[in-house]
Design a protein around this ligand. Structure first.
Ligand code: NAD
Length: 480
């Protein structure tokens, strides 16, 4: 069976324990490769390598660093098909989606931060005729980057690229549930000539390998994307050590549809924002609020289109909904559908596991599910399900929908559909979310700040924000 290796000090190596854990192919429900079960000894080796590489990497000209990162991006582009296939096999997502979203965005992360670092400037403040203050920004040192399973290579590179571009060396851990593309990425880094020790990838489970990264005294900055409960535990460990922390956490995002929306656009995009990647995107709009005059028609049309989505083999190009990432996650999603029933919800379509005949018959497939008849305060509408499940609720006024939208502990993203410009601005200002899309969804400009409010996270990634995060600012004041 294929073995995945850690990438430490420029080499692919076994874990110190020589122990491996099973890696599942979710569409077939079977083990297909093995992952290092790394522990604090592997993390310690990775930190030692990263420390040794820091001086020359951070001292290299930014153009030279950028050129190496661009080469990594070129290799991602060269291997796009193979990486998309690996991502689909590892995660269960349709290969067609991995080809147009996950892998191209991984390559743009590398390119964006390679060139971003070249254009990064620090501030100067002229204090009248008395003084000049300028800000010196130096890379923080060894950065810890920990990522989740839903957009594996995309979110892994989203953290690593700015850290490396800023001049940090890195110890990174991808999710143990989807480690394969990070492993392939480590091979591309070797091929691209990334100097040994600059990036180190330690595979393994969160409470062991992840925790060892967070606890390590020589890692002063942690960039984490994952669940809110994990984020809380990471913050509890890192805060007393005064580490820099960036936490990108869960969401329960509102999708607000006013009666004056562009009907076709709102409907088609809401279908995507509900069910893309099996609903396993932190930015999916899992609570749809529809203004009363169009509520009945929206529900009818939305259910009709949901029924047309093909659930199937992720490797089939017609498949729109692939497999959920694991059996445990499938059971969690199904248990929320049961909860919705108990809370009085009506399941208008979906609600069950799907058995796909043939190679995928043991896979973890769930029908796209639409639920109505629930109050905004019930658990189904308060807790993150992270699967192909949406609820639809009617509203009458802006004030009412803002109250519903803001009623969860989360505040990651929101979508607003209206052709009324003033209303769009008003509602965007009123929604407590870090990212708000008006008449679109998942549109990204990498220069914009990205992150959540409330329990959806602390800090902002994206653009200069990420480059600032991985640097330490020093002010130099010169008296004139
Ligand atoms: P998770 O929190 O279970 O795991 C994320 C990563 O943290 C994994 O690599 C895991 O091994 C590691 N980890 C677990 N325990 C750890 C510990 N004690 N110390 C250090 N590391 C630890 O999350 P998941 O199930 O992989 O991902 C799904 C969650 O991620 C959802 O809640 C989703 O909303 C969220 N997410 C958020 C964003 C965002 O940008 N805000 C993006 C994608 C996913």
């Amino acid at each position: 069976m294929e073995k995945i290796y850690n990438y430490i000090n420029g080499a692919l190596v076994e874990p110190v324990s020589a122990q491996y854990i099973d890696n599942y192919m979710p569409a077939e429900g079977r083990v297909y490769s093995l992952i290092p079960d790394s522990d604090k000894r592997d993390v310690a080796n990775a930190v030692t390598a990263a420390q040794a590489a820091f001086e020359s990497w951070s001292g290299m000209t930014v153009e030279h660093r950028a050129a190496i990162l661009q080469r990594v991006a070129d290799l991602i582009d060269r291997d796009l098909d193979a990486l998309a296939l690996a991502e689909s096999i590892d995660n269960g997502k349709p290969v067609s989606l991995a080809k147009v979203v996950d892998i191209p965005r991984a390559s743009s992360n590398m390119r964006f931060y390679a060139s971003g670092a070249i254009h990064f400037a620090s501030e100067t403040h002229i204090t009248g005729k008395e003084a000049v203050n300028y800000t010196l920004r130096a890379p923080v040192g060894v950065a810890g980057c920990i990522s989740p399973w839903n957009l594996p290579l995309y979110l892994f590179t989203w953290k690593i690229a700015p850290a490396l571009a800023a001049g940090c060396t890195v110890v990174a851990k991808p999710s143990e549930i989807t480690p394969m593309t990070a492993f392939l990425f480590s091979k591309l880094c070797i091929e691209a000539g990334l100097p040994a020790g600059v990036l180190n990838i330690v595979h393994g489970v969160g409470p062991k390998a992840g925790q060892a990264i967070v606890e390590h005294p020589d890692i002063p900055a942690i960039s984490f994307t994952g669940g809110t409960v994990t984020g809380r535990s990471i913050a509890a460990t890192a805060a007393p050590m005064f580490k820099k922390l960036s936490l990108e956490l869960g969401g329960k995002n509102p999708n607000i549809i006013f009666a004056d929306c562009d009907w076709e656009q709102a409907l088609a995009t809401s279908l995507q924002s509900s069910f893309s990647n099996q609903g396993e995107i932190c930015l999916c709009g899992s609570r749809i609020f529809v203004e009363k005059p169009i509520y009945e028609k929206f529900v009818a049309d939305f259910v009709k289109r949901t029924k047309e989505l093909t659930v199937g083999d992720p490797l089939d190009s017609n498949t729109r909904i692939g497999s959920l990432v694991s059996q445990a996650h499938m059971n969690k999603v199904l248990s929320y559908i049961d909860l919705a029933r108990q809370e009085g919800g009506a399941i208008l379509t979906g609600g069950k596991r799907v058995i796909i005949p043939g190679r995928c018959e043991s896979g973890y497939f769930v029908e796209p599910t639409v639920i109505t008849g629930l109050d905004h305060q019930c658990r189904t509408n308060q807790e993150e399900i992270f699967g192909p499940v949406v609820t639809i609720m009617p509203f009458e006024t802006e004030e009412e929908v803002l109250r519903y939208a803001n009623s969860t502990p989360y505040g990651l993203s929101a979508t607003i559909w209206t052709e009324n410009l003033k209303r769009a601005h008003r509602v965007a200002a009123g929604v407590k979310s870090g990212i708000i899309w008006v008449n679109c969804w998942l549109f990204r400009d990498l220069r914009t700040p990205f992150g959540g409010m409330k329990q959806s996270g602390v800090g902002r990634e994206g653009g200069w924000e990420a480059l600032r995060f991985f640097t330490e600012a020093k002010n130099v004041c010169i008296k004139l």
